[in-house]
Write a protein that binds this ligand. Structure first.
Ligand SMILES: [Zn+2]
Length: 461
């Protein structure tokens, strides 16, 4: 029986229902589950009985691991290849690069790299979307991440070249293949790319197949993760082709019927009736402020969505749009944008943002009973931050310190499902130097420099 005792922690931010913050506290983890939380003196006897490995948390803060609610981990290889363009230009550049370099093996390595970046930054769960999903899952699980992914759907061949029939076959096989790959518990997931990359009829076929998926009593139900109303142009395109907003198309396809959890990536340009439909379906919007800012996709009105009762989580999007997997930046951007756009410094409180990036993200995935907060009985997905830093000294308002000051470099230790996946700044699941060298070799050649068209056509200058 394995046990770990984190002692002498300066602060434990629980993100439980009462948002308790414990001071001079201790956490006991047994077989991956948090079995005690309290003062170091109170836990000593039990920890000794269990012969727990002791890790001293002096000047450390413990908090739940961050939940990145919308990302594309393997895009680590494509960081910086599509700059200065909007979503449409971005997709055209990226999809061409993906078709050129993203084989199954490349995706596995790139997902491992993304998972290592995520873990180093204090992320313990990533809600991912990418083709060659099995390879991505293998790679991320190898690094130790709680990794949520499923088959992706496009109406065309997509960068992986699969036909629709092959994709549907993959979807039918996914429950067994997902179980075989293993890794920390996640919901069975399907990730049609968007309502502009598949028809309503195709989406219905996908949704109907998930109705046959096995459900575990007490376990998370199936999850549908897709892009929804990221830009105004997307809304106009989907309305012109299919006669409704992306949310309305999802409703027509049966995705809001209640048997699926829905995570709507972005959700920037939702109408009032879209928002009512999403709230009614208990769906979650994954707010990706870094990507929305960089691609000039629009501004999600946080306080309006909150007032409408929409559950909000936070994501980074893929790191070729945002351009990183930094959830601290994403939290800060979400808070600052909400305040600037509303003209109110009292909206998007640090507590609100912190909950969105932890427990609300976990609930969005159907994992709220397992992770997202530090409570007895939950799996140990947690992060230690080193407070022995000038910018974290002294400590007054802890949620504000976490949202507005702390960053990836402050993360020293990460546990996922009780596994110590970052130990004193060292990644334990993979040989990191070798991984970096493999990924450097796999990266695509930089895109050719734009050349004035007259040089090709031979026309006079
Ligand atoms: Zn995305």
């Amino acid at each position: 029986m394995s046990a770990t005792w984190l002692t002498d922690l300066a602060h434990v931010v629980t993100c439980d229902d009462g948002d308790r913050i414990l001071h001079d506290a201790s956490i006991l983890i047994e077989e991956g589950t948090i079995t005690a939380l309290g003062s170091t003196a109170d836990l000593r006897e039990r920890a000794d009985q269990r012969r727990a490995t002791r890790i001293t948390g002096r000047n450390r803060l413990a908090m739940p691991g961050l939940v990145n609610l919308h990302t594309h981990l393997p895009m680590t290889l494509l960081r910086g290849i599509a700059e200065g363009v909007d979503l449409d230009g971005f997709l055209r550049t990226v999809w061409a690069a993906e078709a050129a370099v993203m084989t199954e093996d490349t995706v596995e390595q790139a997902a491992t790299l993304g998972a290592v970046e995520a873990i180093r930054g204090g992320t313990t769960t990533a809600n991912d979307m990418y083709f060659h999903h099995e390879a991505a899952h293998r790679g991320a699980v190898r690094a130790g991440l709680r990794h949520v992914i499923g088959p992706v759907f496009f109406d065309g061949p997509g960068p992986d070249g699969l036909s629709w029939a092959e994709r549907m076959q993959g979807l039918k096989e996914w429950p067994d293949r997902n179980r075989a790959i293993g890794g920390p518990s996640t919901p069975l997931t399907v990730t049609p790319h968007s309502t502009y990359a598949a028809t309503p009829g195709q989406l219905r076929e996908v949704v109907d197949t998930t109705r046959e998926w096995p459900t575990t009593p007490g376990g998370p139900g199936p999850l549908l993760h897709t892009h929804v109303s990221e830009t105004a142009a997307e809304n106009a395109d989907v309305r012109a082709r299919f006669g409704g907003t992306p949310t309305e198309v999802l409703a027509i396809a049966g995705a809001l019927d209640g048997h699926l959890r829905l995570v709507a990536g972005h959700g920037v340009h939702l109408t009032a009736s879209d928002r009512a439909a999403l709230r009614h379906a208990d769906a979650t919007v994954a707010h990706c402020p870094g990507s929305n800012l960089k691609l000039a996709s629009g501004l999600l009105p946080w306080e309006t969505w909150r007032a409408d009762g929409i559950r909000l989580g936070i994501g980074t999007d893929g790191c070729s749009s945002s351009n990183d997997l930094d959830m601290w930046q994403a939290m800060r951007q979400a808070a600052l944008l909400a305040r600037l756009s509303s003209g109110r410094p009292d909206v998007a409180s640090a507590r609100d943002i912190l909950r969105a990036a932890t427990i609300d993200g976990a609930r969005a995935l159907g994992l709220g009973h397992l992770v997202g907060s530090l409570e007895v009985g939950k799996r140990a997905d947690l992060v230690l931050l080193d407070l022995d830093r000038p910018h974290l000294t002294p400590v007054h308002d802890i949620p504000a310190l976490l949202v507005f000051v702390a960053g990836r470099a402050d993360v020293t230790d990460v546990f996922v499902d009780g596994q110590h996946v970052l130990a004193g700044g060292r990644v334990t699941g993979v040989e990191e130097a070798a991984l970096l060298s493999v990924c450097r070799a796999l990266a695509p050649a930089p895109p050719p420099r734009a050349t004035p068209s007259h040089l090709h056509s031979g026309s006079p200058a």
